[in-house]
Design a binder for this molecule. Structure first.
Ligand code: CA
Length: 388
């Protein structure tokens, strides 16, 4: 038993005053074990224990298997940090990371992922290169405009002392790799897919391998919107706008549950820049050094006054469904032809069609901060243990 696990003092969600009953995601929370996890941070002078990530198979107590699709991207990096922390604790098992175009070219995404894995000492996790571009290319400069938000290289164009070799990327492409892993005898029905990028890799896999989505446990997606608010056009959110056809395929064709974190929900998460850089950023280790450097470069040139890390919010919801305090089931599709609304999620407000997504509508900010602090400190523990 790790020294970082000890007797249960209090469940984090009790501290936050929420319970899974309020989330509507009971099918996610059922079957979760009650292990413990410590949150400790010098700036808070507090030690609290959290209900552990609970997506665990009650029968054999084995961790839930995850594949993460990314376009890293600074918020992808923070999300990966959360997931890697849970992997270290054996609460989840990351089977692979697939890379997509999005915030930057897919080759930069691969390098950024390798850089983060190196910082946390987890270069053993296989990384796969995926799609270079969307299913259909439109001559539109909007995507290019937002691409540059994370810098040309997706990591703030920070100058690093060295660049990880692309030889570390698996020779197998992300699309066949996704299907191979998910259809493996020990993985069928057990793999959770966490999507933090345009959905090109996922749509291509679904169209190439008919059984792919039915072999998944479920899909968590950061992308789209729920009330038509966009961040790249008036009504288009970046991930969905970057490949609307792919988003349409995934939402309308997947044969497993989908949990969707839309842009508007991310806007309700109130975390100040000061907290990000003075509290979270005060934690000193190799991975926070990396994330502090790239995030400072990205945010200092933006006009945002709150820290919005969409992918990290989704990762926290994957690990701790209890932080979702409001959600709804409904039918969602994606507008493909609108003059002004291409890429917008269209909800069936008439409730005529069968629900196909769980929309995450509200997340507990206080609990999210605790999870971020915990992850920032603990992502590297396995690495340290391995050196003993
Ligand atoms: Ca992303």
């Amino acid at each position: 038993m790790s020294k970082y696990r000890s007797k249960l003092i209090a469940l984090c969600m009790k501290l936050a005053g929420v319970s899974s009953k309020t989330t509507g995601l009971t099918n996610v929370t059922s079957g979760f074990r009650s292990a413990t996890r410590m949150i400790k941070h010098q700036n808070f002078c507090e030690v609290r224990e959290m209900k552990s990530f609970s997506a665990t198979n009650m029968k054999n107590d084995s961790p839930v298997k995850l594949i993460v699709d990314v376009d890293a991207g600074v918020d992808d990096a923070m999300a990966l940090l959360l997931l890697l922390s849970a992997d270290v604790q054996k609460d989840i098992e990351i089977l692979g990371i697939t890379c997509s175009h999005g915030n930057t070219h897919v080759n930069n995404v691969c390098i950024n992922v390798l850089r983060l894995l190196e910082a946390v000492g987890r270069s053993d996790i296989p990384v796969y290169r995926g799609a270079e571009g969307p299913l259909i290319v439109c001559n539109d400069k909007n995507a290019e405009k937002f691409e540059n938000f994370h810098g040309l290289d997706g990591f703030g164009d920070v100058e690093f002392s060295h660049t990880p070799s692309m030889k570390l990327i698996q020779s197998e492409n992300a699309v066949p790799a996704l299907n191979r892993i998910v259809s493996g005898p020990d993985c069928k029905g057990k793999v959770r897919l966490v999507c933090l990028a345009p959905l090109t890799n996922i749509a291509l896999t679904m169209k190439t391998y008919a059984d792919f989505s039915s072999n998944l446990k479920d899909i968590y997606v950061m992308g789209g919107n729920s009330t038509g608010v966009g961040n790249i056009t008036s009504s288009g959110e970046f991930n969905f706008y970057s490949d609307p056809e792919a988003a349409h395929i995934v939402l309308t064709s997947a044969c497993c549950p989908i949990y969707l974190l839309p842009w508007e929900t991310c806007l309700t998460v109130d975390i100040s820049m000061e907290w990000r850089f003075s509290i979270l950023g005060a934690i000193q280790n190799s991975h926070m050094e990396l994330l502090n450097a790239v995030e400072k470069k990205v945010w200092e040139k933006s006009s945002y006054t709150t820290w919005i890390s969409c992918d990290a919010i989704l990762a926290a919801a994957v690990l701790y469904p209890e932080i979702v305090i409001k959600s709804q089931k409904c039918h969602a599709t994606v507008e493909l032809h609108g003059t002004h609304t291409r890429g917008q999620v269209v909800l069936d407000h008439l409730q005529v069609k069968k629900p196909n997504v769980h929309i995450i509508e509200k997340v507990d900010t206080s609990a999210l901060k605790k999870i971020l602090l915990w992850a920032a400190e603990h992502a590297h523990l396995e690495h340290e243990r391995s050196k003993i």
